[in-house]
Design a protein around this ligand. Structure first.
Ligand code: FAD
Length: 467
């Protein structure tokens, strides 16, 4: 095999595999190194895809059990077959990871299986499963080594009683009691899955609210809805110790305000306190500069060493999300080709795939207040949306924030069914610099949930029709 490449990408997750495909499309001789044994990274293997599979299946299970009988769809003796559910999830993961392999073949990308290490800006080694090391030459290196779960000091994840999201995606029986440390999106998605399948779920969160960084209006509404669904919350609480005794986990935590100490015993603890960049020894050895533990890149995604680029979860820019990683993968390939690759960090949608979904793009009210930017707000509840009403999906609302003077849309926050799909229209509107009036004057199909977006835009000018 020829060992000379134009671009070698280290890591085959959304940032890396997309970068490899775009590089090949641009005519570069491209290789992608992946150590996991399958392509697709965290997202396809142990992240977005398996979690969305379980969210979808558990939601269907919950609806058949709790909602359908009241709607005239009578069923009895509904049973959970967890191992079948897990097989279905695994099949979806396999189909998609194989799909990326097919795309590599189609685009004539060399897939190097093993652990990649950068030797210099023009050479990379790969250590394969049989411990054979092979060196390759390249004109450009792109690091896309992603991220790994974080823990708290003194808490050791064993993926048995104390698990990361990876363990929580593969329990072989429904835990009687599941404690989740961290009220971020991963914890709440996994909490929703296991609550629907029968666990007693308690979330312990250090802050006084869930989903840090989310618009407070949405965060408050989301908390109320999750409590109504039966998830318990211990907010303002600091976990001080987790230990395992005879296959039970014991969690000690202290209330930040009252200093009251509590202890809970459970079958499983999910540590969902965030993720950290995956920085290999080679990166440290080469002296590539880091910022707060992440690889520091400039606007062209170049690290402190010319010719070595980095994208995705491992860099300091933007949120740790798959679509951000993919867009950076495309942008860096185009930059290497001398084109104007670009990612607009002001318009990166974020979605939580619970029921109802939560989605946001742009600024929150709290951010605008901090930046002393004057704004106006339009809100519209799904209770007044006809499609949501007929579907019994009336929880939540759309909130549009527009500049007080120019009416330019600065942020959109949605909690409700299909919020994750609806946010795409808002991201597009913001990319085009739309005003709330532009959205209000755009004809939206009836009856759809998206009419709530139009109505929220009308509400910015205090003239909603149906509320
Ligand atoms: P990764 O996907 O982490 O890929 C990096 C790859 O590099 C890995 O496969 C790793 O094995 C490989 N690698 C590392 N070092 C080396 C080396 N030296 N040699 C060879 N290979 C190496 N994001 C969303 O946008 N939407 C979601 O719904 C969503 N849900 C999530 C749910 C969970 C439970 C988790 C954990 C994450 C979720 N994410 C979601 C986040 C998303 O998975 C990440 O943002 C995304 O995978 C980042 O892509 P990446 O390519 O930067 O890194």
């Amino acid at each position: 095999m020829d060992k000379n490449f134009d671009v070698i990408v280290i890591g085959g997750g959304p940032a890396g595999y997309v970068c490899a495909i775009r590089s090949a499309q641009l005519g570069f001789k491209t290789a992608c190194i992946e150590s996991r044994g399958t392509l697709g990274g965290t997202c396809l293997n142990v992240g977005c895809i398996p979690s969305k599979s379980l969210l979808n299946l558990s939601e269907n299970y919950h609806k058949v059990q709790n909602e359908f009988n009241n709607l005239g769809i009578e069923s009895s003796n509904v049973k959970l077959n967890l191992s079948k559910m897990m097989s279905n999830k695994n099949k979806s993961v396999l189909t998609l990871t194989k799909g990326v392999e097919y795309l590599f073949k189609k685009n004539k990308i060399t897939y190097l299986k093993g652990k990649g290490s950068i030797l210099s800006k023009n050479s990379v080694s790969v250590l394969d499963e049989s411990k054979n090391k092979t060196n390759y030459k390249t004109k450009n290196v792109v690091i896309s080594t992603g991220s790994i779960p974080s823990s708290l000091p003194g808490i050791k994840i064993d993926e048995n009683n104390i698990v990361s999201s990876t363990g929580a995606l593969s329990f072989n029986k429904v835990p009687k009691e599941l404690i989740i440390i961290g009220g971020g999106y991963i914890g709440l998605e996994m909490g929703s899955v296991w609550k629907r399948l029968g666990s007693k779920v308690t979330v312990i969160e250090f802050l006084d609210h869930i989903i840090p960084g989310m618009d407070k209006d949405i965060s408050n509404e989301f908390l109320k809805i999750l409590i109504k669904q039966g998830i318990n919350f211990k907010l303002n609480s600091k976990v001080t110790n987790v230990k395992v005794v005879k296959d039970k986990a014991i969690i000690d935590f202290t209330n930040n305000k009252s200093s009251k100490r509590e202890r809970i015993e459970c079958d499983k603890v999910l540590v969902a306190v965030g993720r950290k960049s995956n920085i290999g020894e080679d990166i440290v050895k080469l002296g590539i500069k880091l910022e707060k533990g992440k690889i520091k890149v400039n606007k062209k995604f170049e690290t402190s060493i010319k010719g070595i680029y980095a994208v995705g979860d491992c860099i300091q820019l933007g949120p740790m999300l798959a679509h951000k990683a993919e867009d950076e993968g495309i942008a860096v390939a185009e930059i290497i080709a001398g084109q104007a690759g670009h990612v607009n960090y002001e318009v990166i949608p974020a979605v939580i795939y619970t029921s109802p979904e939560v989605a946001a793009v742009g600024k929150t009210e709290q951010e605008l207040q901090k930046e002393s930017i004057k704004y106006k707000i339009g809100k519209f509840p799904f209770l007044a949306n006809s499609r949501a009403k007929v579907n019994n999906e009336t929880e939540g609302f759309v909130k549009i924030i527009a500049d007080d003077k120019t009416d330019k849309v600065l942020g959109v926050h949605i909690i409700g069914s299909h919020a994750g799909t609806m946010i795409a229209e808002m991201a597009l509107a913001m990319e085009f610099g739309a005003s709330s009036e532009d959205i209000a004057r755009t004809c939206h199909a009836h009856p759809t949930h998206t009419e709530a977006v139009k109505e929220a835009a009308l509400a910015v000018d205090k003239r909603p029709i149906h509320f």
